[in-house]
Design a protein around this ligand. Structure first.
Ligand code: SF4
Length: 683
């Protein structure tokens, strides 16, 4: 029996894997002692072994034959030799930044760390970023500005059971991470209230005491209006604001004109509902605000999160027990994936790449000169947008990311990928992105390897190998080390995950995400260890901000923000809002879950309200066509009363949704506007 964790979302539920018949069978069992999920799993977790032995599992490297255009089987040596030789030639001709690296929020900490080191040391390129940029980066940017540090939840998730009012902004956790919904049920059993803000009445909203259904992309004016009302009601915790924060006067002024009727006109949420929420918050002793992708994936996503943080700070909640602000990260290692150097502007330990002291520290651990480390690169979408252009990257290595399905404005992104001289994809199956590659490298998956992940609470957990990988498959760590050696790097690229973790811990020491005191043994014994954990004697830090924030003066920052609205508004040609999201049985781009036989693969579909359906003459189950300025999708419609009449919804687990989405970027986080754009729909 092997204790490990689910391969999918950021909850990283604990599970046991029982291997039988000499490793030929693998069964998922509950692990009730693991505190995050207490033995509960969603159907994705229970069926996670379904990809093992799948007929589409990649087990041999593939190289595209120039003459026929077909992928043909090659040996690992031939594949890695070819990739290294082509990368070297391209860099000699076009410079180091002509090679890009694209990582993923599903990679273990060890892989994310060594992928960043491969880019900066062995390739000397600044062009590295990852799909986590499209996950929680707006919340990360806001958290850094307000608190001086970004940890999704600065407290264990179970703390929300003890809060008095829980406000979920743009989160459908009952479907995206079902075991977490029990915290909502327990909170309500002890008399607490749940508030859900979402353009769709989701299964999470069905659990709410108060449900607000705004126009997509208006969570920011809602927060401004709430703070306006709290100020008018005298509900601001003036002592807390005076002693633990700075900047409130500017924020107070910035919300002065956001009276409820103005918010109603912009958001569609009635002024009376807004007042009900403000009253609820004013009278509660403990308030917790959690945002997720619905609030964050916007061209003003960072400002939206900052506005909700301002609400939590004004109420005096951040740092208080069972209260405060947090972000529910999405991908399995959405948190750790951004802490160890995959992000274009960061080095391991959550250090900023343009900080001379950070460069010195990391360069010392890596045994290189600080000046040899490249500077800040391009964010994920900007990187993809530059592929194959004059002066842009001409080759790209992709690990654990199905860009063709998950990038915004996906038709354009596929064109950019096709313009590359060399695309190398490491994956477990032939994803839509791997199918475009010149070289495909078959790598291990979850149960076949060991490595750490950091869940949405900042808890570092250990996935342990339960079975041997199929013959012919190698770990991403082997791929990285093999390429680094062929590129002539003399730096260490450990292939043993525990050794890689020890180096990562050294590199993180003294940084904002400090793992120096964490070891595999401690994680096994303690059910995970929360960072920061600077030394072996340190107990880890489940709760942040009790006494001070991670800013220079220890105070949180109020940041005044304004709302300019979504980057694309409905007009005569595109008269409705399009929003996207997840369904219970699928995960991210669906590359894994769409192949699992026991999970329904029933998308894509278009959800719309009966009023809209009647206007365009659509009937439930029949196809409709959604168009935006970027693309078109034809899919069956589902006519439901749970969505706003001015909005259509498409899940993003299949090819299609992101052919429609907008690539406008948030100015701070560089998050694309996945969650709202203007669309037309016809039957
Ligand atoms: Fe838990 Fe998420 Fe896995 Fe479901 S997908 S079992 S909620 S970790």
């Amino acid at each position: 029996m092997t204790r490990t964790h689910c391969p999918y979302c950021s909850l990283q539920c604990g599970m046991s894997l029982a291997s039988g018949r000499g490793g030929r069978t693998l069964e998922v069992l509950a692990w009730p002692e693991f505190p995050v999920n207490e033995g509960a799993l969603c159907r994705k977790g229970w069926t996670a072994t379904g990809l093992r032995g799948h007929r589409e599992r990649l087990t041999t490297p593939l190289l595209r034959d120039r003459a026929t255009g077909e992928l043909r089987t090659v040996s690992w040596d031939d594949a890695l030799d070819h990739v290294a030789a082509r990368l070297t030639t391209i860099q000699e001709q076009h410079g180091n930044d002509a090679v890009a690296v694209f990582g993923g929020g599903g990679l273990t900490n060890e892989k994310a760390y060594l992928l960043g080191k491969l880019a900066r040391v062995a390739l000397g390129t600044s062009r590295i970023d990852y799909n986590g940029r499209w996950c929680m980066s707006s919340a990360a940017s806001a958290g850094n500005q307000a608190f001086g540090v970004d940890r999704g939840l600065p407290f264990p998730l179970a703390d929300v059971e003890q809060t008095d009012v829980l406000v979920l902004v743009g989160s459908n956790l009952a479907e995206t991470m079902p075991p977490a919904a029990r915290h909502l049920d327990r909170l309500r059993e002890r008399g607490g209230k749940v508030v859900v803000i979402d353009p769709r009445r989701t299964p999470t909203a069905d659990r709410a005491d108060l449900f607000l259904q705004p126009v997509p992309g208006t969570d920011l004016p809602l927060a401004l209006g709430i703070l306006h009302l709290l100020g008018a009601a005298g509900a601001v915790d003036e002592d807390y604001v005076a002693t633990r924060t700075t900047g409130f006067d500017d924020v107070r002024r910035s919300v002065a004109s956001w009276w409820p009727e103005r918010v109603e006109r912009v958001s569609g949420v009635e002024a009376t509902e807004l007042r009900t929420l403000a009253d609820l918050l004013s009278s509660a002793e403990k308030v917790t605000v959690l945002t997720a992708r619905g609030a964050e994936q916007h061209s003003e996503g960072t400002a939206t999160v900052l506005a909700w943080i301002n609400v939590a700070l004004a109420l005096g909640m951040c740092g208080k027990p069972s209260a405060g602000y947090g972000c529910l990260t999405g991908q399995g290692n959405g948190q750790g994936g951004r802490e160890h150097g995959q992000k274009s502007d960061q080095l391991p330990g959550y250090r900023m790449i343009d900080d001379p002291a950070a460069r010195d520290h990391v360069a010392r651990v890596w045994g290189v000169e600080p000046a040899s480390l490249p500077g800040k690169g391009l964010s994920a979408y900007e990187l993809l947008d530059a592929l194959g252009t004059e002066g842009g990257p001409r080759a790209m290595l992709v690990h654990a990311s199905n860009i063709v399905v998950s990038a915004p404005n996906a038709v354009h992104v596929a064109d950019r990928l096709a313009a590359l001289d060399l695309l190398v994809v490491a994956d477990v199956v032939m994803s839509e992105t791997a199918a475009m590659a010149d070289v495909v490298l078959p790598v291990t998956q979850w149960a076949e390897e060991t490595g750490t992940m950091t869940n949405l609470e900042g808890r570092v957990i250990l996935r342990q190998q339960a079975v041997a990988p199929p013959e012919g498959v190698r770990s991403d760590l082997d791929v990285i080390a093999g390429l680094a050696a062929r590129l002539g790097s003399t730096a260490a690229f450990p292939t043993d995950p525990e050794e890689a973790f020890a180096e990562l811990a050294l590199a993180s020491a003294g940084g904002r995400a400090d793992y120096a005191g964490i070891t595999y043994d401690r994680i096994r014994e303690e059910h995970g260890v929360f960072w920061p954990c600077p030394d072996a004697e340190h107990p880890g830090t489940p709760r942040l901000f009790a006494d001070s924030f991670a800013t220079a003066d220890g105070r949180a920052r109020f940041v005044a923000v304004e709302s300019v609205g979504a980057a694309e508004q409905p007009d005569d040609d595109y008269p409705v809002h399009l929003t996207t999201g997840r369904v219970l049985a699928q995960y991210q781009s669906g590359a894994q879950t769409r192949r699992i036989a026991d999970l329904p693969d029933d998308g894509p579909f278009v959800e719309l309200h009966p009023l809209l359906a009647s206007r365009i003459g659509a009937r439930d189950g029949e196809p409709v066509v959604v168009t935006t300025r970027r693309g078109e999708l034809k899919a069956p419609c589902r006519v439901v009363t749970t969505i706003r009449p001015d909005t259509v919804f498409v899940p993003f687990h299949w090819v299609g949704a992101n052919r429609l989405t907008h690539d406008a970027l948030d100015p701070s986080s560089r998050m694309p506007a996945f969650k709202v754009c203007a669309a037309a729909v016809r039957s």
